[in-house]
Design a protein around this ligand. Structure first.
Ligand SMILES: [Zn+2]
Length: 358
């Protein structure tokens, strides 16, 4: 699995390389590398695959993706051995075998790949062990509450989610700034005062405003009125289609929350929303959740996409929370970066870890 680097014979694991292992790009595989780097830094995932290795010997080929799980597990283990670099060849080959869409040398969407990978590992783990670290770590529940406008009766329905997929609104909510912690507010002020933003606000009305992830959340969770012919609500009390009010709240917050921004539109030629969205280091979801546990999160990893839709590049940033350091993973190149590098990134996917303190 370590491929040519190990065979070269002169590259040995070294604890100084922990957090600093790069992954070789095997022909447009930066989207896989970025996803794997982020997942390998998620504490429950790292702990699980390093300590309770799943035994996949003598497994029959009965429709489950043992090979992909096996290669993923190896990759996580090796990423923490302290090699300066690894070649994820076998893992990449398994992904290509299982999902023909990921054929070699094509540019792919990292978010779709992340879902495919997590779904595949989740179902295989469940099949082998009866439980899954993937669901235990990433899955949350959203409660959808509908109130019939005719009889006022309320019905609720729960939906589970693996990630929150948020559209980027064009308008800023007056509440979003107040939701931020002081440090994120000061980064916001810095971004507002940047020369680029000054120029923008000079030429465009409202151009000086900056969208934050709180604006995306407010937009996503705003109450809806179902009053159009095609979205009327069937009320079982009234036994007819009626207008209704609908509200969504997070009922169970996951240990690790994955948020992705809907930057890509695939219709026809496809296009990309390049709007800068500020990703706070601390996230408080109390406005959007009725979970009775902690509703506070800290940012632990982000995936950045830059460039155009079909020929961009993915880079991961992950935080060593113990030493309070951020690292950038650009395929084989790994370097320590500052918090402002994270603030300035064009974030596509963000990983937040639940915390008691904020
Ligand atoms: Zn009704």
């Amino acid at each position: 699995m370590i491929g040519k680097f190990e065979q070269a014979g002169n590259i040995y694991p070294n604890r100084n390389f922990k957090w600093r292992t790069g992954l070789q790009n095997l022909g447009n595989t930066c989207y896989m590398n970025a996803a794997v780097q982020c997942l390998s830094k998620v504490k429950p995932i790292k702990r699980f695959f390093r300590k309770q290795q799943v035994d996949m010997q003598d497994r029959e080929q009965d429709g489950y993706n043992y090979k992909l799980l096996e290669e993923f597990q190896k990759l996580i283990i090796f990423l923490w051995e302290g090699y300066p670099m690894l070649s994820p060849k076998e893992f990449v080959n398994q992904a290509y075998t299982l999902c023909p869409d990921y054929r070699p040398k094509t540019q792919q969407d990292s978010q779709e790949f992340l879902r495919f990978l997590l779904d595949s590992i989740d179902s295989t783990l469940r099949h082998i062990t009866g439980s899954s670290i993937i669901s235990d770590t990433f899955v949350g529940t959203i409660e959808c509450k509908t109130t019939c406008r005719g009889c006022k009766s309320v019905s609720t329905r729960d939906e589970s989610f693996l990630d929150l997929s948020l559209a980027i609104p064009s308008e800023i909510s007056p509440k979003s700034y107040d939701m931020m912690e002081w440090k994120d507010k000061s980064y916001m002020e810095e971004a507002k005062n940047s020369w680029f933003n000054q120029v923008k606000s000079y030429f465009w009305k409202g151009g000086g405003n900056i969208i934050s992830i709180y604006d995306c959340l407010i937009h996503h969770f705003k109450p809806e009125v179902l009053n159009q012919e095609d979205n009327l609500y069937y009320c079982s009390q009234c036994e007819s289609k009626n207008e209704a009010n609908q509200e969504h709240k997070i009922k169970k917050l996951p240990q690790i929350l994955i948020i992705n921004l809907k930057r890509f539109k695939y219709a026809y030629w496809g296009s990309k929303v390049s709007t800068y969205v500020q990703i706070p280091f601390k996230l408080n979801l109390s406005q959007f959740s009725c979970d009775e546990g902690s509703q506070k999160y800290q940012l632990i990893a982000v995936m950045q996409h830059y460039g155009a839709i079909w020929k961009g590049h993915y880079i991961a940033y992950c935080k060593d929370t113990k030493r309070n350091k951020w690292f950038e993973y650009d395929d084989l190149r790994v370097r320590e970066v500052s918090e402002s590098d994270i603030v300035n990134a064009q974030v596509y996917i963000a990983f937040y870890e639940k915390t008691e303190k904020i």
